[in-house]
Structures are given as C-alpha cells and as structure tokens.
Design a protein around this ligand. Structure first.
Ligand code: NAP
Length: 209
C-alpha cells in the first residue's frame, strides 16, 4: 500500500474477477473516476471469489498479470495484490477494512463493480459493515442499472441503499464470458481488450478450451 494515500480525498476500488479484464472495465473505471472526482482507482483482482469454484476461474496470478498489463498506461490506475496475498476467500469487507487502515479518516472509498454482481450484495459477508466503510458504484450498460432495484432495497433498508450509486456505461456491452467464448471459438478479440492483454492471452494459451 502507498503511504501517501492518507492525503487523498476519494479513492475508487475496482473489484472484479477480471477473467479477463477488458476495455469495458477500463472505460467504466475511467468514467467513474471522472464522474466521482476520484484521485486514483485501485484495481483489485478477486483471488478466490467466495461465490465461485476455483476450477471455474483462471489462476489468480494470470488474471493479476492481465490487470497490470491493461492498466499500465493510465497514471490514475494502480493494481493491488491485497486479495492475492491474503489466504482464504476474497471477501470485499476484509479488503476495504484493510484499505481503510492506510487511508485518512476523511478519505471516501468508492467500491466499483458490476450492477449484476450487486444483486446478491445482501448475502455478502458483513455487507452492512461494508456499506458503512465505503460507498458502492454499481456499473451497468444503459438500461441495466435498473436491475439494482427494489428487491435489494428491501433487503438493505433505505439508509444502506442510499450508499449505492447506479452508473451507466455504454461500453459495458463487452463481457469477460463473451471474450472467453470468442477465443475458444477462434474469433478475434482485437479492440475488446488492450493489445497487451490480447498478446498475453495468445502467448499463454488462455481460454482455448
Ligand atoms: P461476477 O459474478 O463474475 O460478475 C457479475 C457481473 O458483473 C458480470 O456481468 C461481470 O461482467 C460484471 N462485473 C464484475 N466486475 C465488474 C467490474 N469491476 N466492472 C464492471 N462490470 C463488472 O462478479 P465478480 O467479478 O466475481 O465479483 C465482482 C466483485 O464483487 C469482486 O470484487 C468480488 O470479490 C466481489 N464479491 C464479493 C463477495 C463477498 O464479499 N462475499 C461476493 C461476491 C462478489 P464481466 O464478467 O465482464 O466482468
């Protein structure tokens, strides 16, 4: 963790499995950074997502390398190994609590992730504590942010619900599952992921079966 984060006003934490990271994620992070006036966006690849079997996702180090490659050209983007280096399931509340120890008391943290992933937020470990530690930006392609709707609100109550900000991003028509399928079926992924990520996927033979 950087020492000088204590002086920052607002930090974005971009959480995802990133299998692989794609241009939709990158565009969303940049749009949220600008829209919310964030000083920096920390990308945190989920090492062991609690809601997935390890066999369903690529090796955490491989996904981490792709996130490093994809974000290298943006001075506002950094990547954290916090969930890779912590044993056990990657619960978001543990990640944000650890981050809080390195930020100032007045630093706002915005956890950014897909609106679809938010649907089950009320089942996440200590989700009420999580929503007190940070605000959440639920990104979705236009029209789909409405999915973060009444059922979640009824589970959370109005006060916690008010800490969730739906945010529409046109480029999120791209999805990681579609990219994996395109590679598997021999289709191009050019312009869907940064060239460095495409080269890495080809080099190590990811997603071919
Ligand atoms: P997921 O279930 O694989 O994804 C659900 C949807 O959200 C997909 O359409 C996915 O698209 C999209 N999405 C995921 N991350 C995104 C991002 N950063 N920006 C834009 N769209 C995104 O979700 P996941 O990636 O495994 O998990 C998302 C985050 O929630 C991670 O940080 C994870 O650790 C956290 N989480 C925490 C808990 C917990 O603490 N108990 C439980 C579940 C999830 P793509 O496939 O294209 O990314």
């Amino acid at each position: 963790m950087r020492e000088d984060w204590k002086a920052l006003h607002a930090i974005g934490v971009m959480g995802g499995t990133f299998d692989p990271i794609h241009n939709g994620h990158l565009f969303a992070a940049e749009a949220v950074r600008q829209g919310f006036g964030l000083d920096v966006v920390i990308f945190i690849p989920a090492a062991r997502p609690p809601h997935k079997n390890a066999s369903e996702v690529s090796d955490p180090e491989t996904r981490y390398v792709m996130v490093e490659l994809a974000t290298a050209d943006n001075p506002y983007f950094v990547v954290s190994r916090i969930e890779l280096d912590r044993p056990g399931p990657s619960h978001t509340v543990d990640t944000i609590a650890a981050l809080k120890e390195n930020t100032g008391p007045d630093t706002d943290i915005y956890f950014i992730t897909g609106a679809d992933a938010m649907q089950d937020l009320y089942k996440w470990k200590d989700h009420d504590t999580l929503l007190l530690l940070c605000k959440i930006v639920a990104v979705a392609r236009p029209g789909y942010s409405l999915k973060v709707t009444e059922s979640l609100r009824s589970h959370l109550g109005d006060a916690l619900w008010a800490r969730i900000y739906p945010f529409e991003v046109p480029a999120l028509a791209i999805s990681s599952s579609e990219i994996r399928e395109r590679v598997r079926t021999g289709k191009s992924i050019k312009y869907l992921v940064p060239p460095t990520v495409e080269h890495y996927i080809r080099k190590v033979g990811l997603y071919v079966k």
